[in-house]
Design a binder for this molecule. Sequence first.
Ligand SMILES: NC(=O)C1=CN([C@@H]2O[C@H](COP(=O)(O)OP(=O)(O)OC[C@H]3O[C@@H](n4cnc5c(N)ncnc54)[C@H](O)[C@@H]3O)[C@@H](O)[C@H]2O)C=CC1
Ligand SMILES: O=C(O)C1=N[C@H](C(=O)O)C[C@H](O)C1
Length: 250
Amino acid sequence: MTIRVAVIGAAGRMGSTVCQAVQAASGMELVARLDAGDEISPTTLAGAQVAVDFTVPAVTESNVHALIDAGVDVVVGTTGWTKDSYGRVRTHLASPEAAGRSVLIAPNFALSAVLSMRFAALAAPYFESVEVIELHHPAKVDAPSGTATATAAAIAAARQQAGRDSSPDATETDPQGTRGGLVDGVRVHAVRLSGLTAHEEVLLGNPGEQLTIRTDCFDRVSFMPGVLLAVRKIGEREGLTVGLDQILDL
Ligand SMILES: NC(=O)C1=CN([C@@H]2O[C@H](COP(=O)(O)OP(=O)(O)OC[C@H]3O[C@@H](n4cnc5c(N)ncnc54)[C@H](O)[C@@H]3O)[C@@H](O)[C@H]2O)C=CC1
Ligand SMILES: O=C(O)C1=N[C@H](C(=O)O)C[C@H](O)C1
């Protein structure tokens, strides 16, 4: 059976790549391309069963609520989600009008990034120190990246569960904030550099040893297998799913 797909943010870097991937995928049909200024409604969605949102952090949540109201399942790659905004989507999906609808939100659809996050959480309790460095193209509007935020959260949860203290750090003065930001107690550093696409390094240190976990996405095609898998699987799920790992059964 063919899955009819709408892409929201279709004129963007990711949205346009998703349009190409859907058009090339077997068993999928691209029925709508929406971007800024287009209304989200059953008419503009043109019979889509699944909508894929790659827009901007400022609008993605309201898009998702409008898409649920329009009666489609939603796959979201846009960043900027918080525990509160997840909670509002969960509440919406639990309402009788949204019965049977599903939403999958993933900060990263690349297999190397999803596995990196999992490996980082696995390793985090075994090292005294851990810091995250995310590196992206300079057109990216948000920092830290959604992937780094999720990585830090997973590291923090794993360390807390293991009773591991925060990383040692004797810094007393840092007026320029050069030690980076704290996400769930984990230091995160954001680099923006021409030539880069999407990269992340997790540095883990013990006396006399270091483990580096690194993912490099050189091209946006790296995200497409994960996006297409989510489009295929979303209909089998109900409610809110956060993270591609949930449908990879990692
Ligand atoms: N989950 C993942 O694997 C990945 C996530 N991303 C995230 O996806 C998002 C988009 O990234 P890019 O494509 O690089 O950005 P982009 O800036 O190239 O594209 C965003 C598009 O959204 C459109 N847009 C803005 N407001 C809109 C609205 N109200 N309705 C519909 N469209 C609207 C813009 O006009 C633009 O065409 C970012 O949050 C980025 O961090 C990016 C790469 C991979
Ligand atoms: O803006 C990007 O490009 C990316 N955004 C996502 C993020 O913020 O984690 C995913 C990937 O890193 C590319």
